[in-house]
Design a protein around this ligand. Structure first.
Ligand SMILES: *[C@@H]1O[C@H](CO)[C@@H](O)[C@H](O)[C@H]1NC(C)=O
Ligand SMILES: *[C@@H]1O[C@H](CO)[C@@H](O)[C@H](O)[C@H]1NC(C)=O
Ligand SMILES: *[C@@H]1O[C@H](CO)[C@@H](O)[C@H](O)[C@H]1NC(C)=O
Ligand SMILES: *[C@@H]1O[C@H](CO)[C@@H](O)[C@H](O)[C@H]1NC(C)=O
Ligand SMILES: *[C@@H]1O[C@H](CO)[C@@H](O)[C@H](O)[C@H]1NC(C)=O
Ligand SMILES: *[C@@H]1O[C@H](CO)[C@@H](O)[C@H](O)[C@H]1NC(C)=O
Ligand SMILES: *[C@@H]1O[C@H](CO)[C@@H](O)[C@H](O)[C@H]1NC(C)=O
Ligand SMILES: *[C@@H]1O[C@H](CO)[C@@H](O)[C@H](O)[C@H]1NC(C)=O
Ligand SMILES: *[C@@H]1O[C@H](CO)[C@@H](O)[C@H](O)[C@H]1NC(C)=O
Length: 454
């Protein structure tokens, strides 16, 4: 090979690598512990000391999910911390530690837990009333703030011994960890705040905690190290092509080495495979065989073009035979969400993380109607139609404008097909001039996807 040609080739490669690296740095910093669509989203754990006891205190620990669209679903949260001194947990109401630990130094009364680093889980629904407190016992499930603030809270009561009995001698626990149930959350240090004030049900008397501290935990998709869990497919009335989810988005069908890594929907033994696994209480997903292998697919169909309006149909399909999604939600970004006229059979809430942005919306099911996305099978889907009012200055079916820019399912970014595959208008020369923004966005998301796969 001509050496000068080779040199310029390698220069080009080096340049490309530098560009890719800087892009990937950018995508790392944007994914790390920061969500552009929910910049203040956090889970705050508030620890209110209600009374002092002869050797410690009784506290109510409350977890507030201040995230707009990320909830904690079954099997629920796990909270851990490290005691600063030799504290023990005498008893708990509305939650329990997973291990008692070594309580052999105690005679007579035995504490609930003597571990230096206890791990706490919620109790299950159906716990006897005398073992409950308000907001407990939901199996660790916490709704998101937008979907239902009333159930975005979880609480338990804890009686602590050997801890100090004044606000000067008590030491706050350290190293809080929150799993939901996997990784993803990072918790900061506990900070002493103003003692919480509680008012009685009739509002005629206010009481006050002896001492209050709180801990803030934030989520990062990067820390969660998840492979994608959902993908997007597209179609339109003006073109017969259905653009499927990219192949192998969430995994590849394994031909020989892992037989049974997915199930064929038409398999005659399907029912027995699915129910077998159900019995063994196995939580690993059991996915229907598809080219994308994602447990969730979002389909966006541009359905009708009216004079003043246009209509989209959105379908969410569950391909996981072992998962019912309760309180599911979608976050969708599309420039026309500033003028959504009507939505059928889903709830809608605009998300405006910054005053200037109003193209993002949260969609979620209607309580007792379709807020429960059933396991894979005939009922494993929910759907809705959206009616948008056209803004004459921006509206077009050209260049894939009618398709969403970004979709999240339950807070996880769903992988979009590459923009050059979008269905296009029959007459269009539109393919060549795909907007640079779309290209860069896709490049970034594919890099982020690539790194999250490592
Ligand atoms: C956590 O969220 C609450 C409610 O949105 C907010 O007031 C608070 O400032 C947030 N905390 C942090 C550390 O971001
Ligand atoms: C402890 O209580 C005293 C008296 O109520 C108060 O002045 C002080 O600020 C409290 N200290 C802390 C750390 O809460
Ligand atoms: C808290 O965690 C950090 C890092 O994991 C560790 O270095 C430190 O010793 C822990 N602190 C306690 C009190 O366990
Ligand atoms: C948590 O404590 C910090 C520091 O005292 C305070 O600014 C913040 O408002 C508290 N957050 C909640 C939710 O109580
Ligand atoms: C499985 O293997 C066969 C032959 O090797 C190939 O034709 C087929 O495309 C493979 N299927 C998948 C889903 O990879
Ligand atoms: C999903 O819900 C249905 C109906 O409540 C139930 O029969 C099924 O066992 C559930 N599946 C899983 C995997 O929990
Ligand atoms: C959305 O934002 C754009 C640009 O800032 C603004 O022109 C428009 O009026 C906003 N629409 C609504 C409904 O707030
Ligand atoms: C949204 O629609 C209303 C009428 O429904 C119209 O007055 C307004 O200008 C539209 N806003 C945009 C940004 O198109
Ligand atoms: C529909 O869009 C696809 C690209 O996704 C293109 O290949 C095809 O030619 C289009 N069909 C028509 C009739 O233009």
């Amino acid at each position: 090979m001509d050496s000068s040609c080779f040199r310029s080739l390698s220069k080009f490669t080096a340049c490309a690598i530098v560009v890719l690296l800087s892009l990937s740095c950018f995508s790392f910093t944007t994914t790390e512990a920061y969500d552009a669509l929910d910049p203040n989203g956090n889970i705050t754990i508030k620890w209110d000391v209600i009374t002092w006891t002869p050797d410690g205190y009784v506290a109510v620990v409350t977890m507030f999910n201040f995230q707009q669209y990320r909830h904690i679903q079954a099997p629920g949260w796990t909270l851990g911390w490290t005691w600063a001194k030799k504290e023990v947990i005498w008893s708990m109401v509305g939650a329990q530690t997973t291990e008692q630990g070594d309580c052999s130094r105690f005679k007579g009364n035995t504490p609930h837990c003597c571990k230096k680093d206890p791990t706490v889980v919620d109790l299950l629904p159906g716990t006897p009333y005398n073992q409950q407190i308000a907001n407990c016992c939901k199996g660790g499930v916490i709704n998101s703030w937008v979907q239902d603030p009333a159930t975005a809270v979880s609480a338990f009561q804890i009686s602590v011994g050997s801890s100090g009995t004044t606000n000067k001698t008590v030491r706050m626990p350290k190293n809080f960890t929150l799993k939901a149930p996997g990784p993803g959350y990072t918790c900061g240090p506990a900070k002493v705040g103003k003692p919480t004030k509680f008012s009685t049900a009739d509002g005629r008397r206010t009481t006050q905690a002896m001492m209050t501290w709180n801990v803030t935990c934030t989520y990062s998709q990067f820390l969660a190290q998840k492979t994608p869990s959902c993908c997007v497919s597209l179609s339109s009335f003006y073109n017969d092509t259905i653009v499927p989810c990219p192949t192998c988005t969430c995994g590849c069908q394994n031909n020989g080495s892992h037989p049974g890594s997915c199930v064929d929907a038409d398999a005659p033994h399907l029912a027995s495979v699915v129910s077998d696994h159900g019995k063994s209480n196995n939580l690993a997903p059991l996915i229907q065989c598809t080219s994308h292998m994602c447990p969730i697919r979002i389909h966006w169909h541009v359905k009708v073009n009216y004079k003043e309006y246009w209509r989209v149909k959105v379908t969410i399909t569950n391909f996981n035979y072992r998962m019912n999604y309760s309180q599911w939600n979608l976050v969708v970004q599309h420039p026309n969400f500033d003028n959504l006229t009507q939505i059928f059979s889903f709830n809608f809430k605009p998300l405006t993380p910054y005053q200037a942005i109003n193209d993002t919306a949260m969609l979620f099911g209607i309580k007792f109607y379709n807020d429960f996305l059933m396991e894979a099978g005939p009922y494993g889907n929910v759907q809705s139609e959206l009616l948008f009012r056209k803004d004459k200055s921006t509206f077009t079916f050209d260049k894939g404008w009618a398709f969403p820019r970004r979709i999240y399912f339950n807070g996880d970014n769903c992988v979009m097909p590459p923009p050059d595959s979008y269905p296009y208008l029959p007459n269009g020369s539109s393919r060549r001039d795909i907007s640079i923004v779309v290209l860069v966005t896709t490049l970034l998301s594919s890099i982020a996807f690539f790194f999250s796969c490592l």
